[in-house]
Ligand binder design. Structure first.
Ligand SMILES: Cc1cc2nc3c(=O)[nH]c(=O)nc-3n(C[C@H](O)[C@H](O)[C@H](O)COP(=O)(O)O)c2cc1C
Length: 136
């Protein structure tokens, strides 16, 4: 298994219907490619986890990188894992984050996006935090 976590900046003209379209496409394509994960939407950013075989994750990530609806894509983590950790996460999504969840998400952006080396505990807490913001 392979996992990739990135953050990006939303374009200013992004609309709710863009989000609906992305989720619809993501769920359809990812099911086909055996990709699980989650997507956190913040007012100005995205944070996404993609999990699957390395070739499928990289293929999908390349498509995502070409998408003009976001920019400044920064990979936080890209690594092999022993087993699938997001079995039941068929592209989970963060719907209507409350103010304290938004604070948690901003903490992730501020504390993790500049990080170079992740200890195991940081890696696990990053994933737990992201899962806590999303619905399966
Ligand atoms: C923040 C963000 C996350 C996305 N996540 C996925 C994803 O997980 N899977 C996917 O196939 N497309 C995702 N997309 C959409 C792709 O960039 C692209 O539009 C889509 O894969 C094209 O699908 P199609 O060739 O079936 O039209 C995402 C786009 C954005 C902006």
């Amino acid at each position: 298994m392979y996992q990739l976590i990135y953050v990006s900046d939303k374009i200013e003209t992004f609309t709710p219907s863009d989000m609906e379209e992305i989720l619809c496409k993501a769920r359809k394509n990812n099911a086909q490619y055996g990709i699980t994960g989650l997507l956190v939407e913040l007012p100005e950013h995205f944070i996404q986890i993609l999990e699957g075989t390395q070739d499928k994750v990289e293929f999908t990530f390349n498509l995502i990188c070409e998408d003009i609806r976001h920019t400044n894509i920064r990979v936080l983590l890209a690594e092999k894992t022993r087993a699938r950790e997001m079995e039941s996460w068929d592209m989970g999504f963060s719907e209507d984050l409350d103010p304290s969840q938004l604070d948690d998400a901003r903490l992730i952006l501020n504390n993790f996006s500049e990080k170079q080396n992740f200890s195991d505990i940081h890696r696990q807490s990053l994933k737990l935090l992201l899962k806590s913001l999303c619905h399966e």
